[in-house]
Design a protein around this ligand. Structure first.
Ligand SMILES: Cc1ncc(COP(=O)(O)O)c(C=O)c1O
Length: 386
């Protein structure tokens, strides 16, 4: 037994997250949050801030400390060594996408999004008055996705200025290999394009495949990439609002310098302190969580195999499962079916792009007995239909 096994649905609903309160009659598996709380070191800094009434603006020294903690974590974890001056604090990684579009692409140029994609990419980009070019990815027979490099090549050739690269890949669970990233870099470089490397799930690696920060590959990728990371997913603190944008060349650092203070002023004290605590002292907690998630991933694979008509893409990283339900041809899409008939709230694949039609996204960072219950309810709903 792991202590996470003992967390109950009642406790989770009482804690009041959207995941557990939006559909009070369903198991919440649609928002990328974990049900496992936060590292004690993070809880301590928040508690201490309350005890000392520290609720003011983020002092410059602590901003610097958060930038340094991020740079040190990147160096330790991924052998990517950058000065702390290349790290900029932002409230979240999607703010980094807005900045990448506004500051680092030609005005009006379209933005490429390989799909299936994290849903907000498809709405944040149009909100910046830019066209999204969806490039559906290639699905292999074993359920693994690969980037469609020819499609990406054509989209850059047609005038796109930026590619959004989500790795580890929400929602399909891939961790792209060095070879795949190198092949992509050649395409981007050929067109003088830019990449927004969205690496928020980098701490959550479930296999032996290492995470390679795209910008760390070589001088070309360092030159054309804007990276975003955060402690939000790995250490479960998205509500505290502190992400980090990492620039990997001097020209970009100089270009962004006039806007850096303005952007950094949007970050709160608690978010910065939580990021420092997570990056500096959170490895032990993270290792435990990743071990638990591996067990959940394996259980999920077993239980999905018992449901006729559903296939699971192999999950190499993240705590997100991508379920191919196309064979079931569920009326109204899988998310609607499983919420109504199984009491499990999933994300419908169509919100991840047109390539997601007939698919659903399931967040499996939940106590294992609840995960088992969710999958059993889904299985019974499918069997009842037959
Ligand atoms: C790939 C990806 N990017 C971004 C986010 C949101 O991050 P933020 O709140 O830092 O914008 C999530 C959250 O689920 C995510 O999975």
């Amino acid at each position: 037994m792991h202590p996470f096994d003992e967390i109950t649905v009642e406790q989770l609903r009482a804690a009041g997250s959207t995941k557990w309160t939006l559909f009070p009659d369903s198991i919440g598996a649609f928002i990328a949050e974990m049900d496992f709380g936060v590292p004690p070191e993070v809880a301590d800094v928040v508690r201490e801030a309350a005890d000392t009434r520290a609720m003011g603006y983020l002092p410059a020294a602590e901003r610097t400390a958060a930038r340094r903690a991020t740079a040190q974590w990147l160096g330790r974890s991924f052998d990517w060594h950058l000065p702390e001056g290349n790290v900029f604090l932002l409230p979240d990684v999607l703010s980094g996408l807005r900045i990448a579009i506004q500051r680092f692409t030609p005005p009006g140029s379209p933005v490429i999004v390989p799909t299936p994609a994290y849903m907000p990419f498809l709405t944040v980009i149009p909100a910046q008055d830019r066209e999204v070019v969806e490039v559906p990815s290639l699905l292999d027979a074993d359920g693994r996705y690969r980037l469609d490099l020819d499609g990406i090549d054509a989209a850059f050739a047609a005038g796109a200025g930026l590619l959004v690269l989500c790795n580890p890949w929400n929602p399909v669970g891939r961790v792209l290999t060095r070879e795949e990233l190198t092949d992509l870099a050649a395409v981007v470089d050929r067109h003088g394009g830019r990449v927004f490397a969205e690496e928020i799930h980098a701490p959550l690696l479930l296999d032996e495949v290492p995470h390679v920060p795209y910008a760390s590959l070589d001088a070309r990728t360092a030159g054309h990439t804007i990276t975003a990371v955060a402690a939000s997913k790995g250490w479960n603190v998205p509500g505290l609002k502190c992400g980090q944008m990492v620039l990997s060349n001097d020209a970009d650092v100089a270009a962004f310098a006039p806007y850096a203070t303005d952007a950094g002023d949007t970050v709160g004290l608690l978010g910065a302190r939580a990021a420092i605590a997570a990056y500096t002292h959170g490895q032990g907690w993270l290792d435990d969580v990743v071990g638990y998630l591996r067990g959940n991933r394996d259980l999920l694979a077993e239980l999905v195999a018992e449901i006729p008509g559903i296939r699971l893409s192999p999950v190499e990283g993240t705590y997100i499962a991508w379920l191919d339900c196309r064979e079931l041809d569920l009326p109204g899409g899988p998310a609607r079916f499983f919420r109504r008939e199984a009491g499990v709230a999933l994300t419908d694949g169509t919100t991840c792009g047109t390539a997601g039609e007939g698919f659903a996204r399931l967040i499996f960072a939940m106590p294992r007995p609840i995960l088992r219950q969710a999958l059993e309810q889904m299985r019974d709903a499918v069997l009842a239909r037959a």
